[in-house]
Design a protein around this ligand. Structure first.
Ligand SMILES: N[C@@H](CCC(=O)N[C@@H](CS)C(=O)NCC(=O)O)C(=O)O
Length: 280
């Protein structure tokens, strides 16, 4: 790959077609960058002539990134709808109507299976749906699909929830409870061990790159938050590097929401929204 330093002026004669095209490309790039960090609902990579883009209800966390990465990998146009979970957007009636578990991500696909809109919550179900819809990263062949499903469900039931608890007891619990910190720290160690063994003789979790890998990347890229630097898990590190080098993974992980930068997890109002939730 050739890397150009400097702007279009350095590469094309003033007023040339090349210069104009480069300028337009730069402007588009800038616009896309700004859109990704805008606080309101944001349209990303819309295509002329296509149906209304998918609405993605999103906050920049490992569960949210699963879907931005998948949408980017598939080249599907989407509108990012921020769900400010620090302020309680996840409890609003209109959000609960599509995501009754008061958790993001969720999507609305206006071009559903019968051409009518469909809403989906739970990141694993969304990944499978998008995989079936596009025929990408989710094989048709039953044996290959079972491989993917196993590792996708493994992420949903192990890596994700246990990392969340490890994180909570390390960083957010009002008291440092050694038992809880150790319990979930050990679990994370076990889980990375499982993943490391699995990746010993294959590049990706299900052999080929799939939604199972997409589900894991956001969590594994934050391993240090749950107390691991992955140095003991060489195969996971190699997989992580391969994943992070993918342009769509980079784009998916960089879909930002400005307001998320200003969330203070020590703020009692934020803690009251996010912690000690009970049936409503
Ligand atoms: N199993 C769900 C988990 C989603 C989840 O935990 N989302 C978190 C952010 S990472 C959330 O929306 N939290 C809101 C809350 O705790 O009220 C999925 O994979 O979609």
């Amino acid at each position: 790959m050739q890397i150009f330093r400097g702007g279009p002026k350095e590469r094309f004669a003033p007023g040339s077609r090349g210069m104009l095209m480069a300028r337009t490309a730069e402007k588009q790039k800038k616009r896309r960058r700004n859109m990704r960090s805008a606080p309101k609902s944001v349209k990303i990579t819309p295509r002329a002539g296509s149906k209304k883009p998918i609405d993605l209800y999103y906050w920049p966390t490992p569960n949210g990134w699963k879907i931005t990465i998948m949408l980017e990998e598939c080249g599907l146009p989407y509108t990012m709808m921020p769900v400010d979970i620090s302020k309680g957007d996840q409890f609003k009636a209109e959000f609960l109507a599509i995501s009754p578990n008061n958790r993001m991500p969720a999507i609305v696909d206006y071009d559903g299976p019968d051409g009518k809109p469909i809403s989906i919550f739970e990141s694993g179900a969304i990944l499978q749906y998008l995989g079936r819809k596009t025929g990408k990263f989710y094989p048709h062949d039953e044996r290959a699909r079972v491989e993917v499903d196993q590792w996708l469900f493994w992420q949903m039931a192990n890596l994700g929830p246990k990392a969340g608890e490890a994180n909570h007891f390390r960083d957010y619990a009002p008291e440092k409870l050694p038992y809880a910190i150790e319990r979930f720290g050990d679990e994370m160690n076990r889980i990375y061990g499982v993943m490391n063994r699995r990746l010993e003789d294959r590049e990706f979790l299900a052999g080929k790159y799939s939604i199972a890998d997409i589900a894991c990347i956001g969590w594994a890229s934050r391993a240090e938050r749950h107390g691991h630097d992955l140095s003991a898990f060489a195969n996971v590190r190699r997989w992580l590097e391969t994943m992070l080098a993918r342009p769509a993974v980079k784009r998916g992980l960089s879909v930002k929401v400005e307001a998320a930068f200003h969330v203070d997890m020590k703020d009692p109002r934020v803690r009251a929204v996010l912690f000690n939730q009970r049936a409503r």
